[in-house]
Design a protein around this ligand. Structure first.
Ligand SMILES: Cc1ncc(COP(=O)(O)O)c(C=O)c1O
Length: 374
């Protein structure tokens, strides 16, 4: 039986040509040609002044916190429902993550949970555009600005999404993207840091190259820092993908439409939301089933896999992970963040790769409904 994978990219002759050109020609004086084109086109796409290509979104988030000067004694508020990569850099810089609850419909951070968690130690909030969905940006930005809190947008999963006509990646002081192989726009592994603030961009550029100013030819380091760079082959791949971005995002929306139609008559199953004023790029099509089915997430993941369908569990609340067992606030978060815990117990990501077919979707629906009703 052929398995249906959970994610995968769309690669055309354009990507192959650009990467071939990069591996052939992007050396010596041309070593940064593809980076420059990719960064400039990406900044334009997300309506930011500055963009920096990086090896991952994790490194991009690390740089956002370093650029803001977040460190020991500071708190950073973050939704409990996300991939650990959103939060891990908070620990890298010695600060404390504070996990707050998410919205029932968008699965993104709730403005009231964010506001309630603010203390005089709060330095920043990391918003996560989960699975392509958008949080209530206007309310969050208003609260953050009134309280003097820096906003970082983790748009790792949301290239192509919009909130009130503004692109994902254009909110807050800085935003980040991931170009991991599962993402809508991929460079295999990779990420992007974007901002409108020259000071933050300059600081991040300095820190990502072992603490030397861009263009330094003396190899003279004034701080111990990091090595976070993307190769020109990856930048070439990213540029080719970016030139197809409207097609890629539309294809994701078409895949979602196939699922929406397939599940139209399936009572008790909810898919990703797209509240008025937002555009969801549906990175991962996600199904949440009613509690009445009485099935756990783990049962569904294993049974779907047995049926040849690769699914992913909805993110475990970060406060529930052994990785954060030693964090003083984790136990309180686990009692408070009801929506994150409830969603996580009864939701999975369905196959959302570019190769998914209508026949696949029909089989996925039949398999899921059958096992939920067992
Ligand atoms: C919400 C979110 N943030 C951050 C990341 C980290 O991205 P990367 O794997 O490029 O470091 C991911 C990756 O999947 C993610 O989903």
């Amino acid at each position: 039986m052929e398995r249906i994978p959970v994610a995968g990219p769309s690669i055309t002759q354009r990507e192959i040509d650009y990467v071939t050109d990069a591996v052939t020609n992007a050396w010596y004086g041309n070593a940064n040609v593809y980076h420059a084109r990719f960064e400039s086109a990406f900044a334009t796409y997300v309506d930011r002044k500055y963009a920096m290509a990086l090896p991952s979104a994790t490194s991009a988030i690390h740089l956002t916190l370093l650029a803001l000067g977040v460190g020991a004694g500071d708190e950073v508020i973050i939704p409990d429902s996300t991939w650990i990569a959103s939060a891990a850099p908070i620990s890298y810089v010695g600060a404390t993550p504070v996990f707050v609850d998410v919205d029932q419909a968008t699965w993104c951070i709730r403005p009231d949970s964010f506001e309630a968690a603010i203390t005089d130690r709060t330095k920043a909030v990391i918003l996560v555009d989960l699975y392509g969905s958008m949080p209530e940006m206007d309310k969050i930005l208003t609260i953050a600005s009134a309280r003097g809190i820096a906003v970082i947008e983790d748009a790792a999963e949301a290239v192509g999404s919009e909130y009130c006509g503004r692109p994902a990646g254009s909110f807050g002081e800085m935003s980040v993207f991931s170009f991991h192989g599962s993402k809508t726009l991929t460079t295999g592994e990779g990420g992007m840091f974007v901002t409108d603030r020259r000071d933050l961009f300059d600081r991040a550029q300095f820190l990502r190259d072992h603490g030397r100013v861009p263009g330094d030819v003396q190899f003279f380091n004034t701080e111990v820092a990091y090595k976070y760079k993307m190769s020109s082959m990856q930048a070439a791949l990213g540029l080719a993908q970016l030139e197809r971005i409207d097609e890629l995002v539309q294809k994701k929306r078409d895949i979602f439409a196939m699922y929406r139609n397939a599940f139209a008559d399936a009572n008790g199953i909810t898919l990703n939301a797209e509240p008025a004023g937002t555009k969801n790029s549906y990175w991962m099509i996600t199904a949440v089933w009613d509690r009445a089915f009485g099935k756990s997430k783990n049962e569904v993941v294993l049974a779907m896999r047995d049926g040849g369908v690769d699914v992913r569990p909805f993110f475990h609340p970060l406060s529930s992970l052994p990785a954060y067992a030693g964090l003083p606030g984790a136990a309180a978060a686990s009692r408070a963040n009801h929506v994150s815990y409830d969603l996580s117990s009864r939701a999975v990501n369905l196959p959302s790769g570019f190769n998914v077919t209508a026949d696949n979707v029909a089989l996925i629906r039949d398999t899921l409904l059958r096992l939920l009703q067992l």
